[in-house]
Design a protein. Structure first.
Length: 239
């Protein structure tokens, strides 16, 4: 049985300098080698055979490796950024407009006094202060969403306001909006929760900040803040 030396020529020359001349055939080509060189010769031959087998295996699995190389890891893309930007602009713009209606009476809004009266009829105490807080939260949260700044906190403000509105003014009652239900506030809560956990996308002032890089952690923290704020308003300010 013949063992072929398919090591690189540089390694063959190195072995030759150490122990003498070798032919390409096993024992007959190793007469001038010492014991250590003799062992190294066969070790290198086995190494070459193993490499040859690996090359054959890779070649026979070319389709498999090509399929793996074609896969791309999940990452943000321009479509995701554009979708989140549109969502932020629409939802943030709507809430900023609602806040301006409550605070300043613009855009056909009721103004702070009439809104305070509606809160008092719903059973809230300190309705004058609460009307300003609610209007300011909606205006501030909407503006921050448009800018993509402090997005999880802005989304938490929307969740808190809408949850309080559902519990205090809509429940118990029908679900669908045309029947006076809470369909629309529930959708706004769902959208705000999505922004809370996904973040604003890369077209935002939050880009690169710590809460942008860790959306899940910051989202849960802000969710706790939203739930606590809504619970405090309902428990402490509603008779």
């Amino acid at each position: 049985m013949s063992i072929h030396d398919d090591r690189p020529s540089g390694r063959r020359d190195e072995r030759a300098q150490r122990g003498g001349k070798k032919s390409a055939d096993g024992p007959t080509g190793t007469q001038g080698l010492g014991v250590q060189d003799y062992d190294d010769y066969y070790d290198d031959a086995a190494y070459s055979d193993a490499n040859a087998t690996a090359v054959v295996d890779r070649g026979s699995s070319a389709d498999f490796y090509e399929e793996i190389d074609d896969r791309k890891p999940f990452a943000w893309n321009a479509g995701t950024d554009l979708g989140l930007l549109v969502l932020r602009l629409v939802v943030g713009g709507v809430f900023a407009a609602h806040g301006a209606q409550k605070l300043f009476g613009v855009l056909g809004g009721s103004g702070p006094e009439k809104f305070a009266q509606s809160l008092a009829k719903a059973g809230f105490e300190q309705s004058a202060v609460l009307s300003l807080v609610t209007g300011g939260t909606e205006l501030g949260a909407g503006a921050l969403l448009v800018l993509g700044l402090f997005t999880p906190l802005a989304a938490a403000g929307i969740v808190g306001v809408m949850a309080s509105a559902i519990v205090s003014m809509k429940l118990p009652g029908p679900f669908f909006d045309q029947e006076g239900g809470y369909e629309y506030p529930a959708i706004l809560i769902a959208v705000a929760l999505c922004l809370m956990f996904t973040g604003p996308g890369r077209v935002a002032l939050d880009n690169g900040r710590s809460w942008f890089r860790h959306p899940l952690i910051s989202g849960f923290i802000c969710l706790v803040i939203a739930a606590g704020s809504a619970a405090a308003v309902l428990v402490l300010l509603r008779s």
